[in-house]
Design a protein around this ligand. Structure first.
Ligand code: FE2
Length: 144
């Protein structure tokens, strides 16, 4: 199923929302590579996803710190997901760029479920506080 960003996924901050849109697109790319059984594209899009997730988590933490949001709960989720992505990547590499059919089905379900839960259950916790700032709030520590 194609994931698409809608207004109900907005957490009240432009940086976070736009990164979520990119991540949703990347998960769609991963799923497309799985559907095509493309063992060249899959490792590429998966590494790209992993990289963007890492940057996104760091940015979220910077924003949380700037607005004084207690981030420890979100941080646990971030560590868990990064470990899962690492395991998925290792398995992908060990299998020359394509998971078994059952693993691919499981992982693609995991990625979509995780992404939506990450937004709705974790990042949404920051929304009330983020909404007391302008939508385009961007702490200086975030860089350009
Ligand atoms: Fe997020």
């Amino acid at each position: 199923m194609e994931l698409a960003w809608t207004e109900r996924l907005s957490v009240g901050n432009a940086v976070i929302d736009s990164e979520h849109k990119i991540l949703l697109d990347m998960i769609n790319d991963v799923e497309q590579a799985i559907r095509r059984r493309d063992s060249v594209a899959l490792p590429q899009v998966f590494k790209q996803l992993e990289n963007c997730v890492r940057i996104h988590f760091a940015n979220e933490e910077t924003i949380a710190r700037a607005i004084d949001f207690p981030f420890s709960h979100n941080k646990l989720e971030h560590q868990y997901v990064q470990k899962e992505l690492q395991l998925m990547k290792e398995e992908l590499m060990a299998r020359n760029g394509m998971w078994s059919e059952s693993a691919a089905e499981h992982y693609s379900y995991f990625l979509s479920e995780w992404m939506v839960e990450h937004i709705l259950k974790e990042d949404m916790l920051m929304k009330p506080l983020l909404q007391t700032y302008p939508y385009d709030f961007k702490p200086a520590a975030l860089g350009a």
